[in-house]
Write a protein that binds this ligand. Structure first.
Ligand SMILES: Cc1ncc(COP(=O)(O)O)c(C=O)c1O
Length: 403
């Protein structure tokens, strides 16, 4: 796989910051975008800009066709059974809020909601709000000393028949991968609804939602080489159909009178208002981009690179890695001795290295690790060995300065 050739498709990667070429190791926060995605959005605005589903004119039908074609692409991309199971949202956060609101009448006082300790706040706060509205109880799914989910404790929690199990597929901080297929099957056996946050998985592994067996799966376009402002909520048809719509108004109705409103069928029922049309079209092109990558070479490239990153950090010395495993995906969490993560991040930035520092929207995980925060380096298909070498050299100079 020729990474240098691939990088040419990403205009933002070619820039320099001061005297330093950009070394972008923050793909887990948002990926850079290939030119073809930018051009797809541009071509929609230049040629086909119109609202979808509404008008009799040709521009509108072109826009609608492009928009609805992406639903088919997503269905095929994640192996959903029906196109109506694909709901366009503005991102993972909105999708989870949509489910949490939509389930309000199904969750009762005393219901138990289990949440992955490593969950992003997007997969935690909406459940907390749901619990406050309904009187349900929240419990963390504990991690073991290697930062993986403690499966024995999880099995024991399931004996208490939770109503909901909220999991991350891949931790946005650690890069650890949860065995979703196995956990979803266990949850299903006790009639729990499984929600899987796939925001950090979708760009790094093949997803087949039917094989995973979860009820809901969510991801954001901007973490998979697509634009911001669009995401996917996948739900098994009956589960989706049972959600009370969070947003109501235009587009999601069948008939309206002053006395009553009859909602439309899926998927429109859950897509009120004008959707993010250009972003959906960009997402479609991002899927085309991902599907054009040579496999298994691309997956292998990312796996080797992540291993190289973990090993290079350890070789540098005075580094603590958190939850680093050989089968992790996309990200490495670390601290340099007792130095503040923010200081490390700022000093790296002065050398053109972009990493993320802080609590990574996972404060409960930080509490479990007894950390105020940490640094995270994350990779994408365009990350090169040279990126890792530059990062390690820069971190070495930060270490010399601070220690
Ligand atoms: C695991 C995970 N879940 C959810 C989110 C929230 O995604 P968005 O901000 O696109 O809604 C993120 C973003 O960082 C994430 O990494």
């Amino acid at each position: 796989m020729d990474v240098n050739l691939l990088r040419k498709q990403f205009p933002a990667l070619a820039q320099t910051l001061g005297d330093h070429p950009l070394c972008y190791l923050d793909t887990a926060a948002t990926s850079q975008k290939p030119l073809r995605v930018i051009e797809a959005i541009d071509s929609y605005y230049q040629n086909d800009n119109a609202n979808v589903h509404r008008a009799a004119h040709q521009l509108s039908s072109r826009a609608t066709n492009r928009y609805e074609a992406v639903r088919d692409s997503v269905q095929q991309f994640i192996g959903a059974q029906r196109r109506e199971e694909i709901i366009f949202t503005h991102g993972t956060t909105e999708g989870i809020n949509l489910i949490a609101h939509g389930l309000s009448s199904q969750i009762k006082a005393g219901s138990l909601i289990l949440i992955d300790t490593a969950a992003h706040h997007a997969n935690l706060v909406p459940w907390q709000m749901l619990a406050q509205r309904t009187g349900a109880t929240i419990e963390a799914i504990a991690l073991n000393e290697t930062c993986r989910i403690d499966q024995a404790k999880f099995s024991a929690q399931l004996q208490r028949r939770p109503a909901l199990v909220a999991l991350s597929h891949v931790s946005n901080v650690l890069g650890t991968v949860n065995p979703i297929k196995q956990m979803a099957a266990q949850a299903k056996a006790v009639d729990a609804i499984t929600i899987v946050d796939g925001a950090q998985a979708i760009a790094h592994m093949d997803i087949d939602v039917q094989d995973l067996g979860c009820d809901f799966y969510l991801f954001s376009g901007h973490k998979m080489y697509g634009p911001t402002g669009v995401g996917i909520l996948y739900g098994q048809f009956d589960r989706l159909d049972s959600l009370t719509p969070l947003l109501t108004g235009g587009e999601m109705i069948k008939s309206v009178s002053f006395d009553n409103t009859e909602f439309a069928i899926l998927p429109n029922r859950l897509e009120a208002g004008t959707p993010p049309i250009s972003a959906v079209i960009g997402l479609g092109e991002a899927i085309n981009f991902l599907q054009s990558l040579p496999q298994p070479q691309t997956r292998q490239h990312e796996a080797e690179l992540l291993h190289y990153l973990q090993q290079s950090l350890l070789a540098l010395g005075d580094i603590t890695l958190y939850g680093a495993h050989a089968d992790n995906l996309g990200a490495v969490a670390f601290n340099l001795a007792n130095e503040h993560h923010q200081d490390v991040g700022i000093l790296l930035d002065q050398q053109g290295i972009a990493v993320r520092c802080g609590h990574h929207c996972a404060m409960p995980l930080m509490q479990a690790l007894q950390l105020k925060g940490c640094c995270r380096a994350s990779i994408g298909v365009y990350t090169s060995t040279e990126d890792i070498d530059r990062f390690i050299a820069a971190l070495g100079s930060v270490k010399d300065l601070l220690l």
